[in-house]
Write a protein that binds this ligand. Structure first.
Ligand code: AFP
Length: 361
């Protein structure tokens, strides 16, 4: 790779980081991750230009989840696909934007990786110029010699070789794990060509926190353990937690997880009864599993309330699951509430506190 490639410093850092790994496997992983990183530089370019690059507004189509696609969703999806098609180690990829995986024309049988991604997470924030991101996951292509199909992607999160996200915020950052801790790269645009520069090499999530993130407008649909947890946080120093909490909600999972990486906290998109056929809002393969691997590699914990997210085996590419992740002590507490949803300790005790007041019967 030459110095004008935006991934030359990234590749050098990965070479050091992956020392001791099987050389062929390490080279393949570096090349796959650099292909993802190159696409994300282009996505960052377009995202930062926004309306100037004609990247705002609806695309006029819906994806497999029935949600309207934004122009930037599709631009980001195309950029990822073009970059992955050019990588000899990527056998196939699956995107949040498409019902079925795409098999690489040139490398479908021989590539050693399957890549799963959400090209543009937080689409509702695009026009508001609020942070958005790309989430990605690298899985092994287990049956080399055969072009993979959708069934080959149905691997639990603990099989991921690598996972990460790119956050397009005031700075563009890539947060990455190859199962050896969590690295952060900043996109440095001060030279002739942009470069991914390593800025942190061992991110750890604070074990204790006083901050939580949840879409409170769904409160009436939450199950009791979540009602209890949030009510206790809102009760603050006058409740059983005996300390005040702060609440945040960006509606871009990348931004929420990055805040947790930097100062701890809890992110919850729990099971709810809003749409009984959908037990959760977030997608297992493109959101929950990659974020779970990152959080666990940084010392945090990720669960659906009763099972570790990394243990869930997908039924379908676009399966949705409840997601609760972040600082370990808090997640342990929430899991214990799910295991023992006590009838005596009721969130209703705190119903006089404003945000979560329950309607009177
Ligand atoms: P989009 O990528 O479709 O905007 O979804 C983003 C997301 O999956 C996740 O990033 C947010 O945490 C969550 O949706 C926000 O959901 P609400 O719209 O319920 O706030």
């Amino acid at each position: 790779m030459n110095n004008t490639s935006p991934t030359s410093l990234l590749d050098e850092a990965l070479q050091r980081h992956l020392a001791g790994m099987d050389p062929d496997a390490a080279l393949a992983l570096r090349e796959t991750l650099c292909a993802v990183a190159r696409a994300c530089v282009r996505i960052s370019d377009v995202a930062s230009l926004g309306v100037l690059a004609d990247a705002h507004g609806l695309a006029g189509a819906s994806h497999v989840h029935g949600e309207e696609q934004k122009r930037l969703d599709l631009i980001a999806d195309d950029l990822m696909a073009a970059s992955l098609e050019g990588c000899r180690h990527v056998a196939a990829w699956a995107s949040e934007e498409h019902e079925q995986p795409h098999v690489s024309h040139a490398h479908g049988a021989q590539g050693s990786h399957l890549v799963v991604f959400d090209p543009l997470d937080g689409s509702s924030n695009i026009e508001a110029n609020i942070s958005i991101g790309t989430i990605f996951s690298v899985l092994p292509h287990r049956y080399r010699g055969m072009a993979p199909g959708a069934a080959d992607f149905m691997q639990p999160g603990h099989q991921q070789i690598a996972a990460g996200y790119v956050l397009y915020g005031p700075a563009t950052l890539m947060v990455l794990t190859c199962r050896r801790g969590v690295l952060v790269f900043g996109l440095d645009r001060r030279g002739d060509a942009p470069q991914w520069v390593l800025t942190y090499d061992n991110v750890r999530i604070a074990e204790h926190t006083r901050e939580f993130a949840i879409n409170a407008s769904n409160q009436r649909f939450w199950e009791k353990p979540i009602q209890r947890y949030v009510a206790e946080c809102v009760a603050g120093d006058s409740g059983p937690r005996m300390k005040d909490f702060n609440m945040r909600w960006v509606a871009s999972m990348v931004a929420e997880v990055h805040r947790i990486m930097t100062r701890g906290g809890v992110f919850l998109y729990p099971r709810d009864t809003r749409e009984p056929r959908k037990p959760g809002r977030l997608r297992l393969m493109v959101e929950a599993a990659p974020m779970a691997l990152l959080v666990e590699q940084a010392g945090g914990r990720a669960t659906n309330g009763t099972s570790e997210l990394l243990d869930l085996v997908p039924d379908t590419l676009h399966q949705r699951v409840p997601v609760i992740l972040g600082s370990k002590d808090e997640i342990d507490r929430i899991v214990s509430y799910h295991a023992d949803p006590s009838e005596n300790v009721s969130w209703q005790l705190f119903k006089t506190r404003s945000l979560f007041v329950q309607p009177q019967a």
